[in-house]
Design a protein around this ligand. Sequence first.
Ligand SMILES: [Mg+2]
Length: 251
Amino acid sequence: MTASTSLPLPQANWSWFLDLDGTILDIAATPTAVVVPEGLVATLSALRSAAHGALAVVSGRPVQQVRSLLEPLRPAAAGLHGLELVTPDGLRHGAKKPLPPVGNLRRNLQETVSVIPGVEFENKGATLAIHYRQVPEAAPQLRRLVKIAVAKSRGFEMLEGKMVFEIRPTGIHKGTAIREFMSIAPFCGRVPVFAGDDQTDEDAFQVVAEAGGITLHVGENDDTTAEWRIESPAALRLWLAEAAEALKRRM
Ligand SMILES: [Mg+2]
């Protein structure tokens, strides 16, 4: 069985950028309930070797969470939609420009959404997420409340993900993180490939497309600018495993 016949043939000169939730991991009922399937870390490790280290995870989660989920891989990673960056040598980079203070907005939103049972408020530090997977019917009310609170704050924007409203500083996103990775070794001079599943990945698709790279959307959603489609995280994992194998054979 092959992952897909309608995907590009993996090349040795690619830089691999992978979103985590909904892309290489199946989405779970809550962010803490995700399961890292057996073999995934080995696949990523093999792929990273075949790409001479050019592999990074690009997630909305904090980098520390990404790395602890994928122990013992310790991948290069961008966290909080690009606010945090850890290079392959393990060096940590914060945001390049001062971040707007999030305190008031956080308090405001936490209080506002606490009246809706089943909504999970996630404080990620410089960014926030409001999950409503347990109460999808609350989406319209929540959307309205979150929009009002975000509009009143300066320097933040709301993005709709899958059963989640993400609130992040404006102008920093997964695309800016990939651009930063592409300016340093071992990523620079390679062709970027980015796989993602969500609205928050569209900025990255745009940056990668502009750089002449490969954009790959995971899942059913048709509302994407990505060039290539793959139906599920499981299918993507299979394709990545096959890519690692094929590239190793050609080394
Ligand atoms: Mg995702």
